[in-house]
Write a protein that binds this ligand. Sequence first.
Ligand code: 5GP
Ligand code: ZN
Length: 115
Amino acid sequence: MSDCIFCRIVSRELPANEVGRTADAVAFRDLDPKAPVHVLVVPVKHVSAVRDATGTDGEALLGRVFAFAAELATELGLDADGYRLVTNTGQHGGQSVDHLHVHLLGGRQFNWPPG
Ligand code: 5GP
Ligand code: ZN
């Protein structure tokens, strides 16, 4: 989608600090980091949110996106202390970019419940 920021980052039309890429997902640093490590993992294919990743293909894609996020967490040295994976959906979820993304957050203590 030409008007989607994350599609434009995926296609390298917009610059981003990329930390990894697979055939179906791209990971890059968040522009406004909320933790020492704040990486966004997005599918190459435009899917609006987790609820739109339906069917066998959608479920497999979600699996690969989360598995890739976990691999990146290991590469970034987060396994020992732990980290958080978050995907916000819709208004109450706090989603501001309408292209599915998993936040990989690490490097500090997080609280529960979230605000
Ligand atoms: P959401 O609020 O939808 O869960 O997360 C969207 C995230 O995208 C935010 O953390 C925001 O800082 C990040 N973001 C928004 N625009 C850009 C951009 O152009 N580049 C990068 N790297 N991150 C962005
Ligand atoms: Zn998109």
